[in-house]
Design a protein around this ligand. Sequence first.
Ligand code: G3H
Ligand code: ZN
Length: 287
Amino acid sequence: YLVNGNDIFKAARENHYAVGAYNTNNLEWTRALLRGAKETRTPLLIQVSTGAAKYMGGYKTVKDLVLNEMDNMDIDVPVILNLDHGDYESAKECIALGYSSVMFDGHNLPTDENLAKTKEIVKLAHERGISVEAEIGKIGENQGADGGELASVEDAKTFVAAGVDKLACGIGNIHGVYPEGWKGLNFDRLKEIAEAVPGEPLVLHGGSGIPQDQIEKAIKLGIAKININTEFQLAFQAATRKYIEDKMDLDKGNKGYDPRKLLRAGTDAITDSMKEMISWMGTAPID
Ligand code: G3H
Ligand code: ZN
């Protein structure tokens, strides 16, 4: 069943664990993530970026796929379907389509405009029981060792007062593979923000490739949702490559070219990698 996740993330912050937010990219990804949630009996936030949604045939196709697979796979853990890094138009589209959560990412707008648009999205979403995530500061885009712009305590308070349910903070985190010489997460700023907005679930984007000790410390300080995409792409890539090297020597009579076989190892690797992240994050199973 689809839920907005507000209770799940509040409980996570309160009890010092995190719930992963995993990007889907296609049918195999969707199944791998649902399987990981089913086998660990933990709640799942499955999300799609605008680019991935385009690749998959649009936001409606993604929603239909997720719901169909939930049904096919007899999923009995709560699932949150979230738009990841949406602009204003995409957020409105996903609200209308019945996503249970949307991220409105106005980080490239002037703060006033980001705030005004966030408020509009909050209103539209909350009327329908849909959860909203906003971004303050900037998540780095793999351009330097420093990460993006640090989120301010003031913005954290302002956006929480505007009604957002989850707050993605720039705290030195970076999307994609972390560059050589990365300075690490800024725990001082995270602590200040967490204290300024007690009980509010904070979100760590760029969760792939952060060392386990930093993940654990961030969770202790207030991170309740961790976004992970690249990590699973790397796991998929490595396992697929190994499969091709081992099983695709057609001269030896191997018939590994059947796509249903070819994509199997990579798909399993996503589930395995997800289970490892769940153990790092201490995600609590449902009762
Ligand atoms: O919103 C998506 C995430 O922040 C994913 O970041 O690919 O670095 O794990 P990542
Ligand atoms: Zn992100």
